[in-house]
Design a protein around this ligand. Structure first.
Ligand code: F6R
Ligand code: ZN
Length: 199
């Protein structure tokens, strides 16, 4: 079969161009979700500080806009995540973080606004924290769990793109947490070890 005939046999997904405005919201997307403070119980170090935020106003801590056409390994999912500028006690606001279910799949993040970190680690304890400002591209290598942390005072906005068959494993991080967290000390973000170090 000639390669340009192959598309006749599958559901053809059309190419698409979208515009991402200054506030990070894409002009089109087919999946949106947000996490409120109450959905982040167990993720931050200071549980009392989180409960205080929830009781005052159960704010949205991050939002995700994405385009997902399929779960095919030859397809890509792409979108934008927006992490609110917020501290929970002394810890900076962040996404839940995950491994990819297909753990050898990678991902690209590109910072569109703000100041923060990509925190990454493998199951065996290789850790990497990369600072991200507008224009920074981070390649999340295969096998690395990843989360974004907003250490600035604006929305931390990142474009992401990953293979559509990657899938998400949230359980491991939910259970064990990351080995590194980003804390505020004397007004500056510092990277700290959590209780979970080593294997
Ligand atoms: C997808 C990916 C991002 C995150 C988003 C929200 O593989 O890494 O799209 O899903 O930044 O973070 P989580 O998924 O950790 O809630
Ligand atoms: Zn991911």
């Amino acid at each position: 079969m000639c390669s340009n005939e192959k598309h006749r046999l599958v559901n053809l997904v059309l190419p698409r161009g979208i515009h991402i405005s200054e506030n990070g919201i894409p002009s089109a997307y087919n999946n949106y979700y947000e996490k409120r403070a109450s959905e982040m119980r167990g993720f931050y170090q200071d549980e009392n500080a989180l409960e205080e935020i929830i009781s005052k106003e159960n704010v949205v801590v991050y939002r995700v806009y994405e385009f997902k056409n399929s779960e095919n390994s030859n397809d890509l999912v792409y979108g934008v995540s927006i992490v609110a500028p917020l501290k929970i006690g002394k810890e900076y606001n962040m996404t839940k973080g995950h491994f990819h279910e297909t753990v050898d799949t990678s991902e690209i993040y590109f910072c569109l606004n703000g100041d923060g970190y990509m925190v990454m680690e493998t199951e065996t304890g290789v850790t990497e924290c990369i600072r991200m400002i507008k224009g920074t591209l981070v390649y999340v290598a295969p096998y690395f769990a990843h989360r974004t942390v907003n250490t600035g005072n604006q929305e931390f906005i990142n474009l992401f793109c990953y293979p559509a068959h990657a899938g998400h494993d949230y359980r491991t991080i939910e259970k064990n947490g990351f080995r590194k967290i980003i804390y505020e000390e004397k007004g500056e973000p510092i990277i700290k070890d959590t209780k979970r170090t080593g294997l």
